[in-house]
Design a protein around this ligand. Structure first.
Ligand code: PRP
Length: 215
């Protein structure tokens, strides 16, 4: 039997995913050692491999088949636009992609004014403004703490993830429009889905069952 390889987005997402996989009998003891510097972990009995990568790289590993299965946020999947199958909404890491800014910027969004939009997600922002709203805007790519942009005058609005809304509130900003809902998703390489259909379907079915049991 060949190995099935999982690529997991580093951090909270990976921890929750490993917890879910454990509940369906997929464990990886090696990965639990907090001092390890290893990058790839193996479960010889189940013929599984796991690795952690930066979230934005997960779709890349899966598209090229270096991983058969990936777990990553829908934000990253949409932004990266890779060729892969999105097979399951894992139901955690729920949040929203939103257009945010000061209340005073609301009118700019209905006026077809030429505005600047700062975002860590330039493709999602471009698609929303150009294709959904059909408003021509200038997109400015940032790499974090995007809420700063409208405060210091870099942009009128931002496109960013809103979870609790605390970051916005504490900075005098608000949600102006919702772009789409987000959560953790399982993605599968297109060839693996055919070649390893049975094993992959079994994992998807068990995870989906687990979710409906805990609802
Ligand atoms: C994310 C997002 C917001 C914040 C939203 O940032 O970009 O800034 O979380 O969460 P809230 O609605 O619960 O306040 P992250 O912590 O990933 O940091 P970054 O913006 O520096 O990338």
């Amino acid at each position: 039997m060949r190995y099935l390889t999982f690529a997991l987005a580093k951090g909270r997402l990976a921890k929750t995913t490993l917890g879910l996989l454990e509940q369906i009998g997929i464990t990886c003891e090696e990965m639990k050692d907090p001092d390890t510097r290893k990058l790839i972990f193996v479960n010889e009995d189940l013929k599984l491999k796991f690795f952690l990568s930066k979230a934005t790289d997960v779709p890349t590993y899966v598209e090229y088949g270096a991983a058969d299965i990936g777990v990553v946020g829908r934000d990253t999947i949409l932004e990266e636009g890779r060729n892969l199958y999105e097979v399951l909404d894992l139901g955690f890491g729920k949040c929203r992609m939103c257009v945010c800014g000061p209340e005073s910027a609301r009118e700019l969004l209905n006026s077809h004014a030429m505005i600047r939009v700062a975002s860590k997600y330039p493709n999602i922002a471009k698609n929303y403004f150009h294709n959904v709203k059909q408003q021509t805007v200038e997109i400015v790519k940032l790499n974090g703490s995007v809420e700063l942009a409208p405060i210091v005058g870099l942009s009128e609005v931002i496109v960013d993830i809103v979870e609790t809304g605390t970051t916005l509130r504490e900075n005098g900003l608000t949600v102006l429009e919702e772009v789409c809902p987000l959560s953790a998703r399982m993605v599968v390489n297109q060839v693996s889905m055919k070649m390893e259909q049975e094993r992959i379907r079994d994992i998807i079915t068990k995870l989906a069952q687990l979710q409906s049991d805990t609802k």
